[in-house]
Write a protein that binds this ligand. Structure first.
Ligand code: DC
Length: 233
């Protein structure tokens, strides 16, 4: 069967990764979390002392950019793919609120985006990839056979992220999480380089009132049509 690329874009905490993982698992495709790469760059900048008082030393980060190695490896213990930064598993650290709050310092930089887009395209070269992010259908894979654009109300998204962070033992309030989501929505849509926009040929899914299963079935229907086969996909 033809192996296509599936691009899933949308605001943060829209359930993109849940859907992307479900589709990848069902189709036997590889799931790639492009946001994890931006998070890894932010973590790198923080660890190198390049973020001070909420300000990024942009020149310092650009000088260090060639030395940032990001990879995905299967974690046998956790039984899922993990993000590695310069030879170290950083999957847990990149999900912290501290990284979430600083990632939009690095994600608008065209040099950072160019590096990560190159890596993302290389990963999708052979097809059979489900990638989620902000610019996958518009920039990374403009010819992806299926493009989904996910939305959900900010309060619904904050609730999901809040529960996830609590589950990880984080000490955060709902208000902080909602605030961070609103801030990132504004940053993601207003930045000059590759802002979050819906590709003209993307299918919009608002999942505020959909269960994960309902959303999955909806998306799978679109994938089946694109591959040109029936519901047995
Ligand atoms: O999907 P996420 O919340 O883990 O993404 C983290 C940040 O990275 C988010 O604030 C926007 C940025 N990002 C991006 O600019 N482009 C992408 N393709 C993916 C994420």
């Amino acid at each position: 069967m033809r192996r296509i690329n599936i691009a899933i874009d949308g605001f943060s905490s829209c359930g993109k990764s849940t859907l992307a993982k479900q589709l990848a698992h069902h189709l036997g495709y590889t799931y790639i979390d492009s946001g994890a790469m931006y998070r890894a760059v932010a973590l790198f900048a923080m660890e190198q002392g390049l973020v001070q008082g909420g300000q990024l030393d942009k020149e310092g980060l650009l000088r260090a950019l060639d030395g940032i190695d990001i990879a995905f490896k299967y974690d046998d213990d956790a039984q899922r793919s993990a993000t590695w930064l310069n030879g170290r598993n950083v999957e847990y650290e990149i999900r912290s609120l501290e990284v979430s709050q600083r990632v939009t310092l690095v994600s608008p930089l065209p040099e950072v985006r160019a590096k990560l887009v190159r890596l993302q395209r290389a990963l999708g070269q052979g097809g059979g990839v489900v990638m989620d992010g902000r610019d996958i259908g518009t920039v990374v894979f403009p010819r992806a056979e299926v493009k989904l654009y996910m939305t959900a109300r900010p309060e619904v998204r904050a609730e999901r992220r809040f529960l996830e962070l609590l589950g990880n033992g984080a000490d955060v309030t709902f208000a902080q999480v909602l605030d961070n989501i609103r801030q990132r929505d504004a940053d993601d849509t207003s930045r000059k380089a590759d802002p979050l926009t819906k590709a003209a040929d993307a299918i919009e899914i608002d999942n505020s009132d959909l269960s994960a299963e309902e959303q999955f079935q909806l998306a799978l229907g679109h994938v089946a049509r694109a591959i040109g086969v029936g519901a047995e996909v």
